[in-house]
Design a protein around this ligand. Structure first.
Ligand SMILES: Cc1cc2nc3c(=O)[nH]c(=O)nc-3n(C[C@H](O)[C@H](O)[C@H](O)COP(=O)(O)OP(=O)(O)OC[C@H]3O[C@@H](n4cnc5c(N)ncnc54)[C@H](O)[C@@H]3O)c2cc1C
Length: 437
C-alpha cells in the first residue's frame, strides 16, 4: 500500500486517492463537553466597564460589529483558516460593517471617530484576526493613502467603490531585501512620456493576489525620493503570487509582487507623496489600528477560555474551579484591562492632535507583547483543544505572531519610542550610526 496523506475533509487517502479511513468526527460530536468557537462565546472581558468611556454612537457601532462578526464570520473561520483561503463570499457581509474608509469624511466613507474605528477593528479581531487584517490593509493603508495623499480626482474616482468593498485595495511598501529597513526600498519609478515605469519586487503584501487597486511605493529614479502610485489589477508587467505555508493569518492572501516595466499613467501618481515622511501620517493612524488588533484577539481568547473552563470538567469539577486556572484567567483579564486603556488613550491623543510617533509605536509594541502572554495562557488552559483551530485559541495564538511583526516589529517600534525619549537613534549598529548627539 502507498503512503497515506490527509485530506481537507480529514479522511486518510492512499497515493491513488482511494479512501482508507473514516471522515473526521464533527468536533461537537467528538468533544461534547465544550462548545467550539463556531458558536462564539459571549463577550465578558469588559471588567472595568470600559464601555462607559465610549460615546453612544461608538457603543452602538461596537455592538453591531460584534453581532455581524459573531454571526457571519465565526461559523466559517476555522474552515477557511485551515484551507488558507479568503472567504470571498463574505465580502458583502464585511461591507455591511461600514468600516471601510474609517475616519475619512465624504467620498462615500463613514467618517467615524478614530476611537470608533479602533474598537471596531478590535471587535472583528476578537472573532477573526484575518478578517480584521483584510479590512485594515484595505481601509487603513490603501484607502487612507488615497484619502491623505491623493488628488481630488483620485479620491473621487477610487474611494466611493472602495468604501463599499466593491473595489479592494492593497498597500505595498515591503520588499524582499527591505523589511524593517523599508525606507531604503529599491523598486524604481522612471519618468516616461505620459506617466511612469515601475520596476522591482514587493513581498508580504496583504490582499495583493486579488486586489483591484495596488498602492505601490517606489523610489523616483531622478530625485531618489519615495513616490506612490495607484496600479490597477491586470496591468501589463504586474504579477502577484500567493505566499504559501503561513502559520498565521492564514485567510489573508499575502503576495509576492513582481513589477516589470509596469506603466502607470501620470493621473495615477499619488501627488501627495514626495518622500518617506509623506506616508508617516498614514502609518501613524494605521499603527493605532494595528495596536487594537492584539486587544481584540486577547478579548476573544479570554471569552473562549471563560466559557470553556466552566463547561469542561475534570476531577469531578469544572476547570474553572481550580486555583491555578483562575490565576491564569485573572492574569489574562488584567492584561486586557491595561491594553484597552493604552489603546483608548492612544486614540484620544490622536484625536486631540497630541499623538507622537513614539506614542503610536509604544502602543503597538506593548499591546502585541501583552497579547502574546494572554494567548499563550489561553493555549495552556484549553489543554489538547488549545492546539485546535476549532476552539479559537490555537488560531489566535498563531495569528498574533505576524501582527507582532508587521507594521514595525516589536523591536523596531521600541526603537522608535526609544529614539523619541532619548534623542538617540539606534536603528543602525553603533559602528555605522551617526548618533544625533
Ligand atoms: C502576515 C504579514 C503581512 C504583511 N503585510 C504587509 C503589507 O500589506 N504591506 C507591506 O508593505 N508589508 C507587509 N508586511 C511586511 C512587514 O511589515 C515586515 O515583515 C516587517 O516590517 C518586518 O520585516 P522583515 O519580515 O523583513 O524582518 P527583518 O527586518 O528581516 O527583521 C528580522 C528581525 O530582526 C529585527 N531587527 C531588524 N532590524 C533591527 C534593528 N535595527 N534593531 C533591532 N532589531 C532589528 C526585527 O525586529 C526582527 O526581529 C507583512 C508581513 C507579514 C508577516
Amino acid at each position: 500500500m502507498g503512503s497515506l496523506r490527509g485530506s481537507a475533509g480529514g479522511e486518510g487517502r492512499n497515493e491513488d486517492g482511494g479512501k482508507v479511513g473514516l471522515p473526521a468526527l464533527e468536533v461537537a460530536l467528538a468533544f461534547p463537553q465544550a462548545t467550539p468557537a463556531s458558536l462564539f462565546p459571549p463577550s465578558v472581558s469588559d471588567y472595568y466597564q470600559f464601555d462607559d468611556l465610549l460615546s453612544d454612537e461608538e457603543k452602538t457601532l461596537r455592538k453591531k460589529v460584534r453581532a455581524i462578526s459573531e454571526k457571519e464570520i465565526a461559523p466559517i473561520m476555522t474552515e477557511y483558516w485551515e484551507k488558507a483561503e479568503f472567504p470571498f463570499h463574505a465580502i458583502p457581509k464585511l461591507a455591511t460593517l461600514g468600516l471601510a474608509g474609517s475616519t475619512t469624511k465624504g467620498y462615500g466613507c463613514p467618517g467615524l471617530s478614530l476611537t470608533a474605528s479602533a474598537i471596531s477593528i478590535a471587535e472583528v479581531a476578537r472573532v477573526d484576526a484575518s478578517c480584521s487584517t483584510f479590512i485594515l490593509v484595505h481601509s487603513s493603508l490603501a484607502m487612507s493613502t488615497i484619502a491623505l495623499c491623493g488628488s481630488e480626482a483620485q479620491k473621487q474616482k477610487y474611494l466611493p467603490s472602495m468604501a463599499q468593498l466593491k473595489t479592494v485595495g492593497c498597500w505595498a511598501l515591503t520588499e524582499p531585501d527591505y523589511g524593517s529597513d523599508a525606507s531604503s526600498l529599491k523598486t524604481s519609478a522612471t519618468k516616461v512620456p505620459g506617466g511612469w515605469l515601475l520596476d522591482g519586487q514587493k513581498r508580504w503584501i496583504g490582499n495583493s493576489t486579488f486586489a483591484d487597486v495596488l498602492i505601490i511605493l517606489a523610489r523616483n529614479a531622478d530625485t531618489k525620493q519615495l513616490n506612490g502610485f495607484i496600479v490597477k489589477k491586470g496591468a501589463p508587467g504586474l504579477k502577484a503570487t500567493k505566499i504559501q505555508n503561513k502559520i498565521g493569518l492564514r485567510m489573508v492572501q499575502n503576495g509576492d509582487i513582481l513589477l516589470n516595466k509596469v506603466f502607470v499613467p501620470e493621473e495615477d501618481r499619488l501627488t501627495g507623496i514626495d518622500s518617506f515622511q509623506d506616508i508617516s501620517k498614514v502609518l501613524a493612524m494605521s499603527r493605532i489600528m494595528v495596536a487594537w488588533q492584539p486587544i481584540g484577539i486577547a478579548m476573544g481568547v479570554y471569552d473562549m477560555c471563560h466559557r470553556y473552563l466552566k463547561e469542561r470538567k475534570q476531577f469531578g469539577a469544572p476547570l474553572a474551579a481550580f486555583q491555578l486556572n483562575q490565576e491564569k484567567l485573572v492574569r489574562m483579564l488584567g492584561n486586557i484591562q491595561a491594553m484597552v486603556l493604552i489603546g483608548w488613550r492612544l486614540c484620544k491623543l490622536y484625536e486631540s492632535d497630541k499623538m507622537t510617533p513614539g506614542h503610536a509605536s509604544l502602543g503597538k509594541a506593548w499591546t502585541s507583547t501583552k497579547a502574546r502572554e494572554v494567548v499563550s495562557l489561553g493555549r495552556e488552559l484549553l489543554g489538547g483543544n488549545g492546539i485546535l483551530a476549532d476552539f479559537l485559541v490555537a488560531k489566535a495564538f498563531c495569528d498574533l505572531e505576524p501582527i507582532y511583526t508587521y507594521e514595525g516589529t516589536y523591536d523596531i517600534n521600541s526603537l522608535v519610542t526609544g529614539r523619541e525619549i532619548t534623542g538617540i537613534a539606534s536603528f543602525k549598529p553603533a559602528a555605522l550610526a551617526k548618533s544625533r548627539l
